[in-house]
Design a protein around this ligand. Sequence first.
Ligand SMILES: [Zn+2]
Length: 77
Amino acid sequence: MPEILCTACGSVGETTSGACPRCGSRDLLPADAPSARRFIEARNARQSRPAEPAAPSPRAEATGKVLGRALGKLFGK
Ligand SMILES: [Zn+2]
């Protein structure tokens, strides 16, 4: 089955009855159509947030050190 994009709710998936499996809308586009790609890209652009650095917080780092020492004692290292 070709994948479809529902322009009503934005879900992408397979349809068996010609309607959106999520909301039942018939405003569907083939998911590989250029217009569907633009729709998905615009939606992703709206949803994406500026990337945050994945640095551990000082507290998490301290907890890790304590945990590491405790494990070190446990295993005699
Ligand atoms: Zn839908």
